[in-house]
Ligand binder design. Structure first.
Ligand code: ADE
Length: 357
């Protein structure tokens, strides 16, 4: 087990060791512990992303045959689809330790230098939200990723010296919700780049049943599918909802999660049959009622809703786009005819893609 501490390594938010899930995080401590309890540790236990899993199995087997660390890997896709979990599975399969951090915790040069110097041969460094790395941290990473060394400068003025420190060969796994926001030079240093896809209802129902099994919740097939259907293609959401539904089942019924109980609980939580919550519906309604269906800029929407632009872009929008409820155009966001249908809006005098509704 390796738990890194502030004092030893000078980095700000340190972090989880998946094999021994000890969490030191500034926020969401309870949530992270819960996520660690139910995190699958092997490819067999990891549901969904089947094409990606098959490719990774080959990559891992080849690296093991060559007795080399894996190439650096970049995972991108909406939040909650299992990028960190997959990195943990890879570490487990490679039989190596993983150190987990995120770009906002690598603010100062010594943060990234500290963590790089703490790595041992073959280990995996996982950096979440890697698109948020600052320029200096990126420049420290380039030679570390490419040739496994660190360039350090000591002294000042005329007596400045450059020191080249070798690093053990390691694998960097970067995760981002915004592949496009990654700088070109950083992206080019990843040998393998993969996108994680939203999960199907069947896959999510399996996730729900697996989690229910671990947490000793009584659930039937209908209950699992009802939760899956409203989980926006995202296991993290499914795993959160199952706890809320289990509470509801315990208080309002005999504890068993059935289709009826799950639907009742999710209606009470105001999560509709498409998985949309109040924020999603407010966003769509705002575009329809105040901006005639769009296009309207994301900053305007964020200000009107009192939400952060990044929350709308990273959390709300990916699913609304995927579900065909929202469109991104060069002039801003627009709702689709399907959004009107889903929200039960008829006869609204707005023009979408040239059609008058
Ligand atoms: N929990 C979260 N993501 C999961 C996945 N992909 N498979 C199984 N359980 C999960």
């Amino acid at each position: 087990m390796s738990i890194i501490t502030d004092e030893e390594n000078n980095f700000k938010k340190v972090d989880i060791n998946i094999k021994n899930p000890v969490v030191k995080s500034e926020t969401l401590e309870g949530d992270k512990t819960f996520e660690n309890t139910i995190r699958p540790k092997s490819f067999d236990a990891y549901i969904g992303q089947s094409a990606l899993k098959e490719t990774l199995k080959i990559t891992i087997a080849a690296a093991k045959k060559r007795e080399q660390p894996l190439d650096h890997l970049l995972f991108y896709g909406p939040p909650g689809l299992g990028k960190t979990t997959l990195a943990g599975v890879i570490a487990e399969q490679m039989g190596v330790e993983i150190k987990i951090t995120s770009a906002p915790a690598l603010e100062r040069p010594r943060d990234i230098i500290g963590i790089l110097m703490s790595l041992k041969g073959g280990e995996i460094l996982f950096i979440d939200e890697i698109h948020r790395l600052n320029k200096i941290a990126e420049e420290i990473l380039y030679p570390a990723m490419e040739d496994f060394y660190l360039d350090m400068t000591t002294g000042k003025g005329q007596s400045v010296k450059t020191l080249r420190l070798p690093l053990p060969k390691f694998t960097l796994i970067g995760a981002t919700t915004k592949a496009g926001a990654l700088s070109g030079p950083l992206r080019d240093r990843f040998g393998i780049i993969h996108r994680l896809e939203f999960y199907t209802e069947n896959e999510l129902a399996q996730v729900v049943k697996r989690t229910a099994g671990i947490l000793n919740f009584d659930i039937d097939e209908g209950g699992a599918h009802a939760i899956a259907r409203r989980s926006r293609g995202t296991p993290r959401i499914a795993n959160r909802l199952i706890k809320r539904v289990a509470d509801f089942a315990l208080v309002k019924a005999d504890g068993k999660i059935t289709k009826e109980i799950a639907n009742d609980a999710l209606d009470t939580l105001k999560i509709d049959n498409c998985g949309l919550d109040t924020t999603d519906r407010n966003l769509l309604m705002l575009i329809i009622e105040k901006y005639n269906g769009g296009p309207v800029g994301i900053e305007t929407l964020a200000a009107a809703l009192g939400e952060d632009v990044r929350t709308l872009e990273d959390v709300c929008e990916p699913y609304l786009l995927q579900a065909g409820l929202l469109q991104r155009t060069p002039r801003g966001r627009m709702v689709t005819p399907y959004a009107l249908e889903h929200l039960g809006i008829k006869g609204h005098n707005i023009s979408i893609q040239g059609n008058l509704f």
